[in-house]
Design a binder for this molecule. Sequence first.
Ligand code: SF4
Ligand code: SF4
Length: 373
Amino acid sequence: MHQVIATPFQGSFLLLSPGKPQGLKIPQVKFDQLSALSADDPCPEWLTGVVHRTWKLDASGRKAADVMIVRSPSFLNYGRASYELNLGCNYDCKHCYLGVKEFEGLPWNDRVEVLHALRDAGVVWLQLTGGEPMIDKQFAATYSYAFALGMMIEVLTNGSRLFNPVMLDMLTQRRPHKLTLSVYGATEETYDGLTQRRGAHKAFSRGLAAAHEAGLPLELSIIITKDNAHEVDAMRALAERYGIPSADFANISPTIYGGADVLATQSPEHLTKRAQFNGCDAGSTFFHVDPHGNASTCKVARDPKISLVEEGIQGLRRLAGIADGLLARQGGCTGCQLSGTCGTCMPLASLFRKAKAPLANYCQHTEERKVAN
Ligand code: SF4
Ligand code: SF4
């Protein structure tokens, strides 16, 4: 199993190690040298020195092919993607932006097609998400396959399956770039109430403790809603106790279908002003893939979509143009004098409008703007 990835990345060339935060740029001439190595060639001396200095890896006297995977250049410029394996979840969180969570994912052969498409599009950092990705029956196989293709993997999870020894074993052998666990409360009553599942807090706590004990790279996403706002400090203290980074998420979005019900879970006093939107590379350097293998601009801008199973990566040639169209101000945002200081991108504004959400959730105006046809 590889410990080093040599890969092109958006015009540069990188050396990375799964599960390790540090990476380094190498010149193209060195990357070309690594690409030209045959199966029996030993690691070049310079590589042995670099991986030892950077990650304390001992590659001396070993065949390069046993230590490293060398990725091929792509004609596309993508470096990151998210792949939603399955919308199914073992929880039923009141604020969830996925709305109806159908338990549907691709059969294995089609998943392999999608993973190859992600690799061939140049994706180095891949986020696996759901639903709850770890309850997907093919999670372990999908994770391992993506890892073997030379991707650095982040998993977004509620952590409820992390105490499973088989799962922990796989993740410690094939280390993720990051495991990001959502936190829905600091007490059993609040956590189980928000997720609408008895035992959810217990499963999360066991999973977090087990993953921490195994030394996996963890981060916490503290989800703040009306139900758990009184436990914000305790949730932050949990991250501090474990010594792991955390970030707060308090701005609730409508569902991906434009459903407004979830907005009622927002804790009004925690609604934060979004940072000024200065453009986004969605669709140009990263994209999203849904459980059916459809690639789209991002998790919010899901239409139009491109089937990776039917079209493969050739279809992705259209994605940057689709994204440009979606990101341009339109509809109620056309000609807005405040767009320069607005924190809501166009796809998100469109979703809030579809949900007929109160302007305070996303817009600087206090009254709906009338737009000439
Ligand atoms: S929601 Fe908006 S800011 Fe976020 S990735 Fe999509 S286009 Fe970019
Ligand atoms: S301030 Fe409101 S109308 Fe103006 S660009 Fe932002 S969301 Fe659109």
